[in-house]
Write a protein that binds this ligand. Structure first.
Ligand code: FES
Length: 209
């Protein structure tokens, strides 16, 4: 037997017991999704993250070692070692980045719309006329010989330009998600899981005294 410390609580476990099980034994169960005790740990979902020596690690696939200190609560995220987000969220295109900019959603949509309609990528994915938040923007892109005019609604463009892939439809993780699970954009399953609707929720705004 070895001793590990879960949130400071000394817990005796067999050597190589997974941290996930040690946490449960100590009375601090860790949420998990892709792990099943009868199967090898895939480590796909990242739901079971705990802190060990200032690093976020997967409890489901990490074996306990003598004297290990594990934190499942009170983790100071700002002090954790930085790492890339797991896929499918870790892999993103420039189109994904510019969603955070005014006009970015429109620009991302136009890149993919052009590809879907013509089968070809835009020679230059930058569609400058949709960028920015001042007033109504007007411009055009050429699609199958016709001008497509749009009047949509800004920052993050540097990251977009540095991305290897700048179109949503070229993101391999998204394509895999559709191929293996969602079928296709706008499929019944995609609509059920990704689309939403809005209802009126009038807000009562009162003056702060
Ligand atoms: S439960 Fe999915 S990575 Fe640990």
């Amino acid at each position: 037997m070895i001793t590990v410390y879960i949130n400071g609580k000394a817990t005796q476990v067999l050597k190589n017991t997974k941290v996930l099980h040690a946490c449960t034994k100590a009375g601090y169960p860790v949420p998990h999704l892709c792990y099943h005790e009868d199967l090898p740990a895939f480590g796909n979902c990242g739901i079971c993250m705990v802190e060990i020596k200032g690093r976020a690690v997967r409890a489901c696939s990490t074996p306990c070692e003598e004297g290990m200190e594990v934190k499942t609560r009170g983790i100071d995220l700002s002090k954790l070692e930085e790492s890339r987000a797991d896929n499918p969220l870790g892999e993103y295109s420039g189109a994904g980045t510019i969603f955070g900019a005014t006009g970015g959603v429109m620009e991302a949509a136009l890149r993919t719309a052009h590809y879907l309609a013509t089968g070809q990528e835009l020679a230059d994915p930058k569609i400058g006329f949709v960028r920015g938040g001042k007033g109504i923007k007007k411009g055009k892109i050429e699609l199958l010989g016709k001008d497509i005019r749009k009047a949509p609604a800004r920052g993050l463009y540097k990251d977009d330009e540095s991305c290897e892939r700048r179109e949503s439809h070229n993101n391999p993780s998204i394509n895999k998600l559709y191929a293996e699970f969602l079928d296709a954009p706008n499929s019944k399953k995609a609509k059920e899981l990704l689309h939403t609707s809005y209802i009126s929720r009038p807000m009562k705004i009162s003056k702060v005294q």
